[in-house]
Design a protein around this ligand. Structure first.
Ligand code: GRF
Length: 198
């Protein structure tokens, strides 16, 4: 039987991607990462897989947002993924991409959604005086960080936390959350939300 195929979109260091790769290597996750796709050709995430599985395109080289979206859609589709995971992908996905993969498209976001969509989530949680922080894995819809939440992880905010200490303490919890959700996904235990997402 062939393994479930996971495509990962990433723009930065790729620690969430690494958590997926490690879970596969240690047989906690029965899946295969079929490709890593990035809008940042030099990013560290790409180097976590062999060259044959890397795809990157600098959006600045293209004439339009739609051109990048189309190229990304074609490249991801060519790997026939069962699941597409945005793991630190810092570009807003186009509607065409979301429509194509909506029933298998997940994102990990470092906040307790619906709080703090977008950037600087750790700082915003501290500024708000929150007593806890966390991360969410959610279905992707065209609106940023707004799709239905599948699962969350929570940590307490400590009195002397800074955005950096909070981010560092949350990161391993994020990794575990993402792997747990993917275990559910690849074993057929994740039902798409009942309501249409587009
Ligand atoms: C993570 O905090 C993720 O939740 C957010 O961006 C960060 C990416 O980290 N979307 P990494 O590239 O996976 O190390």
């Amino acid at each position: 039987m062939s393994l479930p195929r996971i495509a990962v979109l990433a723009s930065g260091r790729g620690s969430n991607l690494q958590a997926i790769l490690d879970a596969i290597a240690s047989q906690q996750l029965a899946a295969h990462v079929v490709g890593v796709f990035s809008d940042k050709p030099g990013c560290a995430a790409l180097n976590r897989v062999d060259e044959a599985r890397r795809w990157a395109l600098d959006a600045k080289q293209l004439s339009s947002r739609a051109a990048f979206d189309e190229a990304l859609t074609q490249a991801v589709a060519a790997t026939a993924p069962d699941w597409v995971v945005c793991a630190g992908f810092m570009r807003i996905l186009g509607d065409g991409f979301v429509a194509r993969f909506a029933d298998r498209l997940l994102n990990i976001h470092p906040s307790l959604l619906p709080k703090y969509k977008g950037l600087h989530t750790h700082r915003r949680a501290l500024e708000a005086g929150d007593s806890e922080h966390g991360a969410s894995v959610h279905w992707v819809i065209p609106a940023l960080d707004a799709g239905e939440v599948i699962a969350q992880t929570r940590i307490p905010i400590l009195p002397d936390d800074t955005p950096e200490t909070l981010a560092a303490r949350l990161l391993p919890c994020e990794h575990q959350l993402l792997v747990t959700v993917l275990q559910r996904a690849v074993s057929g235990q994740l039902s798409p939300p009942a309501s249409p997402r587009l």
